[in-house]
Design a protein around this ligand. Sequence first.
Ligand code: ARG
Length: 466
Amino acid sequence: MDNRQQSGKMWGGRFAETTAPSVEAFTASIHYDARLYRHDIMGSKAHARMLARQGLITAEESEAIILGLTEINTAIDRGEFIFKPELEDIHMNIEKALTDKIGPTGAKLHTARSRNDQVNLDFRLYLRDEVDTLDQLLREVQKAFVRQARVHLGVIMPGYTHLQRAQPVLLSHHLLAYVEMFQRDRDRLCGCRARINIMPLGTAAMAGTGLPIDRESVAEELGFTAVTANSMDTSGDRDYALELLFCLSLIQVHLSRLAEELVLWSSREFDFIRMADQYCTGSSIMPQKKNPDIPELIRGKTGRVTGALMGLLMTVKGLPLTYNRDLQEDKEPVFDAVDTVKASLAITAELLDHTTFKIDRLQAATMGGFMTATDLADYLVRRNMPFRQAHGVVGRIVALCQERECELIDLSLEEMRGFSELIESDIFDILSTEGSVHSRNSVGGTAGVRVEEALKRAEQSLGITS
Ligand code: ARG
């Protein structure tokens, strides 16, 4: 007896035995790729319309397929669809449901198509939407920064290098630094989107198809800017997913830098900010504790996002052309990284809106640490002393202050002139933190005029009216 087809699979023709249950469980991806269903259906509808235009199926068949797919979409939306692991993935779950629903016509949908180009299409369509969502979320974070920068324009705080007090800066300048960072992230996502947005369908398994398809019209219907050029490259290409994972990793790394500052700034040692109670948690043993768990978790989640990038890089490494089943391992890390970064961005925007800056504490912190020492050196440079020599003179003045446990501004004019005759009474304006900030008016510097300009530019590009 010919018991071929016994496997009951859509690909079962050449198989004489049913698939082992352990293999079904091991190879199935439906428990995570089900989230591609909308994009799978959208792609299948465009494919069916093209098949009809090309005379590969009739207009009636195309309509029946599209109607059937719409019903399946609704059933999944409503949670009424039963996903079957023995049908492996989202593509075959939907195709089987379609054939069950509309009969043999459903079996025509897969004409001139392979799951290899189908999964590529679905993934690109899905990621294109996620990139747009990520861009929106980044924008909201930028807006939250800009709002705080506007409210606190004029507030001075210490700027740090090596986490040591370095030079006084405007708090708004510090906040706007993050707006720049996240702008680069948005620009990078935009570049990545352009490479996601190329249409793979029509490469079929990997060599293309001899059936008279029209790839360009499918690309146009689905909003792609072009079709991929080489069927073999396309079949095994996950560069767009890797690139997105890099973009996501860098976003999360940026968020982790902000998170670290929020953790530090909310500590008793810095005490620069207060995060609303709603956005903090307590300790189960120490009644006095109020912990910055949100920024800590954001910082911590950087591990899984960068881990996703490393994982997929290793999956793709060494793969021969073209499609290999290894590539099914692409989706989970990407889904997880996308979810993680989206959640982190959303909570960051909220947290920023619920953070209060302690202006007195920030200003008080600018008082110690000789932060205007560079200004004193620049003063001497303006009076023609070579910078290296000025650096030495000011270093010795700082050493004296340390010995006396006083600040630069506490020295008398005569004491300072003991180090250099070039110093005159106008030095006291230079040594004030306000004077220091005001003087740093180079393009991109912290002077009020520059920060105001940067703030206006950001407000304009984000559509905020001040
Ligand atoms: N579920 C598969 C994946 O995610 C779809 C493509 C499978 N193709 C194949 N020939 N087995 O990669």
